[in-house]
Design a protein around this ligand. Structure first.
Ligand code: SF4
Ligand code: SF4
Length: 168
């Protein structure tokens, strides 16, 4: 499936590429980076104060779309857990010769665990491939939003954004 945010509820790759915080292909190929998929002008800015490196800026008015200085991003994941819109990931195109990795927010129980094989989903909730959980982080500072890291085939690099919820 593809289409615009207004038609489908999820931004197309073209809309994302036109937004001020989406990395270029060249930036993705350098290594792990934060990916901010925030394309609607809403009053929101926790991402700005969450970054220990101070590289995310919303500024005034608060409805500005976030911008990021990717050269200063160390892919720590703090902004991933802080975004109430679940709109930030860390993606690493360089993870392996044939695999990429993604760290995404996950607010369901049960949590997956390292080694689990999971279904990786796209922006519409459809399964795109299988992936293997590398780690699950849920420190107190993340306030009950876990950050799950999954390795998956590089050919699905752009489509992947999360994993299918596990059965209780
Ligand atoms: S991943 Fe870490 S360093 Fe990079 S923008 Fe997010 S909070 Fe800042
Ligand atoms: S916290 Fe998330 S939803 Fe809010 S402005 Fe930042 S990226 Fe957008």
């Amino acid at each position: 499936m593809s289409g615009s945010l207004k038609k489908t509820g999820a931004p197309s790759l073209e809309e994302l590429a036109a937004s001020p915080a989406f990395p270029s292909e060249e930036q993705f190929k350098r290594g792990p980076v934060a990916v901010i998929e925030c394309v609607e002008e809403i009053p929101c800015n926790p991402c700005e104060s969450s970054c220990p490196r101070g590289v995310i800026r919303v500024g005034e008015p608060i409805t500005n779309l976030p911008v990021i200085d990717l050269d200063g991003c160390v892919a720590c994941g703090a902004c991933v857990a802080a975004c109430p819109g679940l709109a930030i990931y860390i993606k690493d195109y360089t993870y392996g010769p044939d695999t990429a990795s993604i760290s995404f927010p996950y607010e369901y129980l049960p949590l997956p665990k390292a080694g689990d094989v999971v279904e990786v989903v796209d922006r519409y909730g459809g399964t795109v491939c299988k992936g293997t959980v590398l780690k699950v982080r849920s420190p107190k500072a993340y306030d009950r939003t876990a950050v799950v890291t999954v390795e998956y085939p590089k050919e699905f690099f752009y489509e992947a954004i999360s994993m299918k919820r596990l059965a209780c």
